[in-house]
Design a protein around this ligand. Structure first.
Ligand code: BG6
Length: 514
């Protein structure tokens, strides 16, 4: 049954293990009644258990304000896992064994008493679940609680374990700060209590299989890397389109906006993965150094450049799939005058020898016509077309790395049209993950939780990367504060504001329809 998952009769004590499993540990989740825990974290942990990657000696301790018994917490988590477990059936027998490892503690993050009770509960868990004193603290609360939680853990002595051979790690959800200064200050607070090698800043895009595959594609093949530079690449488009609106997160999103919510973190990390230099070895420090170096090489815009090379959008009412959609300002919890960007697009340049002068167009938005994330690398046209000049002009070679929901890679090139004469047409060569490998791809949270438990920080961001990314977006945030945007400026269900097309048109380019 190797690789096919759990069939129903195993319990967590069963000795079967796949290639990589987590060591004994307690996972303490701050924000245990929140959306992320319900939708992503518990389903990912249960899935790891199904895959036999979680040992019997694990525990999850949920921490939140709401008073709940362990049993009630288990019941709530069961409902969440049954609802949000993707691509595999819920296994009630395994749940019974898994649920024995779930515990709950209520309290206020700002209250020092909470950390004392936490310490006692962890000692109890260590004895009863044999977790070896290893603890992963997962901060999945409101961002304003990250600093106080790290400080509370530090003051209670929980940042250091009972024995030198045990480990303690702190996993921090995004957003890491809302600008450079707040990111630096959060970091200073956290680093007063935890060493950098204990800190795991999550960016779930880096955990996506297809994002990880970018490195395998680039550095596992000999034929693409020679073309991966300014001599052959004309420009690159990175798109993360979402069809959903703000889905009940109006309060958070209104303060964040698309540039902070998606571009500062996820898309700049994707861009770094596309554009970085090959690391000397595939080891956490080497890979992260190259990502960080690339982020530092992105040109910081002047305020004049920010005006031209950025576009903010906000959706108004519109239609999609025959349904009427509300505008952002009509969403629950949103101020009817909100100046939030629900769409953001940037033209970025990387100032290094490989990429100088190549535009990287990056865009993300809510309420666009469909959910699609992809990266399109457009190559220069052939220097001279012997055949159909117009076709060659309009369809240069294009390599598309499809991140989601379809997962694959396609290459567009020209082929002779069958029949008399020498006419050419663009065709595509397609690779599709599902049909090629026929296995379920793990969710980003499964991958990242397993990595953090195993002490592998390759796919986590470091403080220098977080700061470099804030430096890139700050001039744009400043410029937008002083701009009259005329929001709403695109209809829900459309591809964003016209100004975004104009931004590309200035350099002779057009957004590709993903
Ligand atoms: C989150 C953002 O980080 O990423 C959300 O806060 C967004 O607004 C989500 O919807 C998108 O993630 P995914 O994995 O669905 O592309």
């Amino acid at each position: 049954m190797a690789g096919l998952g759990f069939t129903g009769q195993l319990t967590l004590d069963d000795p079967v293990r796949f290639d990589r499993a987590a060591p004994p540990a307690a996972i303490v989740i701050f924000g245990a009644t929140g959306d992320l825990t319900r939708r992503k974290l518990l389903p990912a942990l249960f899935r790891l258990a199904q895959e036999r990657r979680l040992p019997a000696t694990f525990a999850v301790l949920g921490v939140s304000r709401t008073p709940l018994s362990d049993d009630l917490f288990r019941q709530k988590m069961r409902e969440s896992v049954e609802t949000f477990l993707e691509n595999s059936p819920f296994d009630a027998d395994l749940w019974a064994s898994f649920a024995q490892g779930l515990f709950y503690l209520d309290g206020d993050i700002g209250d020092p008493g909470l950390y004392q009770r936490l310490s006692d509960k962890l000692a109890w868990i260590e004895t009863h679940r044999r977790t070896g004193g290893n603890v992963l603290f997962y901060l999945s609360t409101q961002p304003s609680h990250y600093g106080p939680a790290a400080a509370g853990l530090g003051a209670a002595g929980l940042a250091r374990g009972p024995r030198p051979e045990s480990w303690q790690r702190l996993l921090i959800e995004k957003p890491f700060g809302h600008d450079l200064a707040s990111a630096q200050s959060l970091n200073a607070t956290v680093q007063r209590h935890f060493q950098e090698d204990q800190i795991y800043r999550i960016d779930h895009y880096l955990g996506k299989e297809t994002v990880q595959n970018i490195l395998a594609f680039r550095f596992g093949n000999g034929i693409f890397e020679p073309l991966w530079n300014r001599r052959y690449v004309n420009h690159i488009q990175i798109t993360a389109a979402e069809s959903i609106g703000v889905e009940g997160r109006g309060g958070y999103y209104q303060e964040a906006g698309a540039l902070r919510d998606m571009i500062q973190n996820h898309l700049l990390q994707v861009m770094a993965t596309i554009a970085m230099e090959p690391p000397a070895v595939y080891e956490p420090a080497a890979v992260r150094d190259e990502r960080a170096k690339l982020l530092r090489s992105i040109r910081i815009m002047t305020s004049a450049e920010a005006k031209l090379d950025s576009v903010a959008g906000q959706y108004g009412p519109g239609r999609a799939g025959g349904a009427q959609l509300a505008g952002f300002r009509q969403e629950p919890g949103v101020d009817p005058q909100a100046m939030t960007d629900t769409y953001a697009a940037l033209t970025l340049f990387v100032e290094n020898w490989r990429w100088a002068g190549v535009p990287f167009y990056v865009r993300s938005g809510k309420r666009l016509p469909k959910r699609v994330t992809d990266i399109a690398i457009q190559f220069n046209r052939a220097p001279l077309s012997l055949y159909d000049g117009e076709a060659a002009q309009n369809y240069p070679n294009l390599l598309v790395l499809r991140i989601q929901p379809e997962e694959g890679i396609s290459l567009r090139f020209f082929s002779k049209l069958p029949g008399a004469g020498m006419r050419i047409r663009p065709v595509t060569m397609d690779f599709n993950y599902g049909t090629s490998f026929g296995v379920r791809t793990p969710s980003a949270y499964e991958t990242l939780l397993l990595d953090a438990l195993s002490g592998d920080a390759t796919l986590y961001t470091r403080q220098d990367m977080v700061e470099a990314s804030w430096r890139v977006v700050e001039p744009v945030l400043r410029c937008w504060q002083e701009t009259h945007h005329g929001f709403p400026n695109y209809a829900a269900g459309s591809w964003g504001p016209a100004a975004s097309d104009e931004m590309l048109a200035r350099r002779g380019h057009i957004w590709r329809l993903p």
